[in-house]
Design a protein around this ligand. Structure first.
Ligand SMILES: [Zn+2]
Ligand SMILES: [Zn+2]
Length: 267
């Protein structure tokens, strides 16, 4: 059975068929998934958690969630008007369904928030994760050096995963040296992703996860369409091919890795 370690099932892309989307995931061999949090103002942070609660057990699925402020939203979240968001984040993080702080990190590609605000929000949330004893799910785009520097500077060292990892082998080595995990998404199946496939082939078996990041980044043969958790099976199949092991072996090891990284996740 497969676990989609990072997706956004609360997204309005699924408003018309959310229950059926979960049923398709179960039919595709998924038995657990993580609804990633969002929000930038007080009162908006529980989107993933609410989705996980509402659909808990639907089609036999186990749903977990995260809470966190995305780098895109860092400017709003760090503005004095929204100061209450930080206490709320800490309160939500205590919920037993919350298995990580995320997605947090740095995004210098879209640059929706100034770098300073992004780094501030990231650091605050690394501290929060440490205080709660939770791992983190990191979104990092064109900001790898800064991400690694902030993670490494943190004491005690943060534990976590680079979600939707699409970096170079040299970057993978740095992430692995920190004891971190790499999560592969549908990008792994894209025609031009030769370098990423080489990285996925060489990464240690005990450090890899799979995810969809649905509704974004649908894997081949669904590329360009709305992504959904069922499609994690296509990424798992490609990862099995790349590593020359059976799909069952990939399901087993990514599952073991998931439960090791996220100890609060209990089936
Ligand atoms: Zn992301
Ligand atoms: Zn995401």
């Amino acid at each position: 059975m497969l676990i989609d370690s990072h997706c956004h099932p609360d997204g309005d892309e699924f408003d018309d068929d959310r229950a059926a989307m979960f049923e398709r995931a179960a039919a595709a061999g998924v038995d657990g998934l993580v609804a990633i949090g969002g929000g930038a103002e007080p009162g908006t942070l529980a989107v993933g958690l609410e989705c996980a609660r509402t659909f808990q057990g639907h089609a036999g699925l186990k749903l977990w969630a995260t809470v966190g402020i995305h780098p895109h939203d860092a400017a709003r979240a760090t503005s004095p008007a929204n100061a209450a968001i930080w206490e709320e984040l800490g309160q939500l993080a205590a919920d037993p369904l919350i298995i990580a702080i995320g997605e947090i990190g740095l995004d210098y590609h879209y640059h929706h928030s100034p770098k300073e605000a992004q780094r501030d929000a990231f650091e605050r949330q690394l501290r929060l994760a440490a205080a709660c004893g939770l791992p983190v799910s990191v979104h990092c785009r064109e900001a790898f050096d800064d991400c690694v520097a902030l993670i490494a500077a943190h004491n005690p060292p943060a534990r976590g995963v680079f979600h939707c990892f699409a970096g170079s082998w040299a970057e993978a080595e740095q992430a692995l040296a920190l004891g971190w995990y790499l999560s592969f998404s549908g990008v792994l199946t894209f025609n031009n992703a030769h370098g990423l496939r080489a990285t996925a082939a060489a990464a240690p078996a005990d450090r890899i996860l799979i995810e969809t990041d649905a509704p974004f980044l649908a894997p081949v043969p669904y590329r360009g369409k709305r992504n959904e958790p069922a499609f994690v099976a296509a990424t798992a199949a490609r990862l099995a091919e790349i590593r020359n092991v059976s799909p069952e072996a990939i399901a087993r090891l990514t599952r073991e890795n998931f439960f090791r990284l996220f100890p609060r996740a209990i089936l």
